[in-house]
Write a protein that binds this ligand. Structure first.
Ligand code: UD1
Length: 416
């Protein structure tokens, strides 16, 4: 599954069903540690990062049945130190820390790994937990944490908007003593989904989706059933697939409201966009797109996770377009790979400028992270000739059956 042979020059057309959001599923799975009652979760995406979290939970002692619905019985969790070989694989594993501290009063975790997209510090997570009452020290790549009694509710102003740290605070504050206020909180749809999940279990969280989240600590959580929101980044990726191939794709089981900034840009690029309650259609009507100027930002801004796909869109578009990434400032490792395919892209600090290259050529390219992998596969689908895309294992970390979904839309992708 590590190498794709892709025949290019394709128009991508048809219907695709969007999976559940990876970035909502991962923290929600970890938050099951906060209760001892049964949890049922629908719409869990079948991706490797989710498998890793499930393995971590099983290692901690949870009983899990994975059918169409995921059943978690967290009552038997009895370990507060998940193994290094699992923790190191995903950045999301930092979210095990606050639930373990809540449950056991102590936790030991190795520093998390994850996508190679530049420096990804965890200082905001650590400082927030200390503010809420935890004692934490780092030694030999390991986080040692403890707390006496419950977390204590506090007012926390986030110096920098962070999805990850907002999630950490939410999970620590849910069973804390008193009120926690997160000011300048991340407003991503995944944050709202997490709040909805925790409230279903009996938490008292208001304001998720705005800049100020209020969490009144409760004594315990019960069980419950939750459905994960659709993956907005997967949706955006398939819409770009239609735009770059001058095709027509309908994404089903998605949430158009979560993609406003992306749809605005796609429409400006010349795409015809139609929206229903849970579907989005993008029809390029055979036209070459126009290039865009984009600046990524925290939600409701343009998502950094769509930066690489739009760089490809700008590359094949009419004119010159620029993208500035304000979230991860050197998320441009993929540029060298697109250049191998003929793209004309210049990097200047955290901005890239793409010069019109309507026809890409085949090459032998290497994926360095999840979104890069999706972008290079899409580039190969429209390039002339056969492209070999290497290190596609990154793809299955976050996209469910990506190559199968693309092949159904008219791509010709073979796994080697
Ligand atoms: C999450 C998403 C990722 C997305 C990102 C931004 C998951 C698994 N990952 O990542 O797909 O690209 O949000 O939408 O959901 N920062 C610090 N200190 C910290 C934490 C973050 O300085 O302790 C910085 C980061 O380096 C970055 C910015 O804050 O520059 C935003 O990071 P954050 O929103 O936390 O992203 P992640 O949670 O890592």
């Amino acid at each position: 599954m590590d190498k794709f042979f892709i025949k290019g020059n394709k128009n991508l057309n048809g219907h695709v069903t969007i999976s559940g959001s990876k970035n909502a599923a991962l923290p929600i799975l970890f938050m099951s540690i906060l209760t001892k009652k049964i949890i049922k979760i629908n719409n869990i995406p079948n991706v490797i990062d989710v498998d890793i979290v499930i393995k971590i939970l099983k290692n901690l002692g949870a009983k899990i049945k994975q059918k169409k619905i995921l059943y978690i019985d967290p009552s038997s969790i009895n370990n507060f130190s998940p193994p290094y070989n699992l923790i190191k694989k995903i950045r999301a594993s930092i979210w095990v820390l606050a639930p373990l501290l809540t449950r056991f009063g102590k936790a030991k975790i190795f520093l998390p790994g994850g996508c190679n997209i530049g420096t990804r510090p965890i200082d905001l997570h650590i400082h927030s937990l200390i503010k809420l009452g935890a004692k934490i020290h780092l030694e030999d790549n390991c986080i040692y944490a403890s707390i006496t009694g419950r977390f204590k509710g506090k007012y926390i102003f986030m110096e920098k908007i962070s999805v990850g740290a907002t999630i950490t605070i939410m999970s620590a504050a849910t069973l804390a003593q008193g009120l926690t206020i997160i000011d300048n909180a991340a407003q991503e749809p995944e944050i709202v989904d997490i709040a909805n999940f925790l409230n279903t279990l009996g938490a008292n969280i208001t304001g998720a989706g705005s800049k100020k989240i209020l969490i009144k600590g409760v004594l315990k959580l019960k069980g419950g059933t939750h459905r994960i929101i659709p993956d907005r980044i997967e949706t955006g990726t398939f819409l770009v697939a239609a735009a770059i191939s001058k095709g027509n794709i309908v994404c089903h089981q998605t949430e158009p409201k979560h993609l406003k900034s992306v749809l605005k840009k796609l429409s400006r690029s010349g795409a015809n966009i139609y929206i229903g309650k849970d579907w989005i259609k993008l029809d390029m009507r055979g036209k070459q797109p126009r290039s865009l100027n984009i600046c990524t930002g925290p939600y409701p801004g343009f998502p950094t996770d769509m930066q690489t796909q739009f760089a490809l869109l700008n590359t094949i578009s009419k004119g010159v377009g620029s993208i500035t990434d304000t979230i991860f400032k050197n998320r441009f490792k993929y540029v060298a790979e697109l250049i191998k395919m003929g793209a004309k892209i210049k990097i200047n600090e955290n901005t890239i400028t793409c010069y019109e290259t309507p026809i890409l050529s085949s090459s032998n390219v290497f994926c360095t992270d999840l979104r890069t992998a999706a972008t290079l596969v899409l580039a190969a689908c429209i390039a002339q000739g056969i492209t070999i895309v290497n290190h596609t294992h990154h793809l299955i970390r976050g996209y469910e059956s990506f190559h199968k979904k693309l092949n159904k839309l008219g791509a010709d992708i073979k796994i080697v």
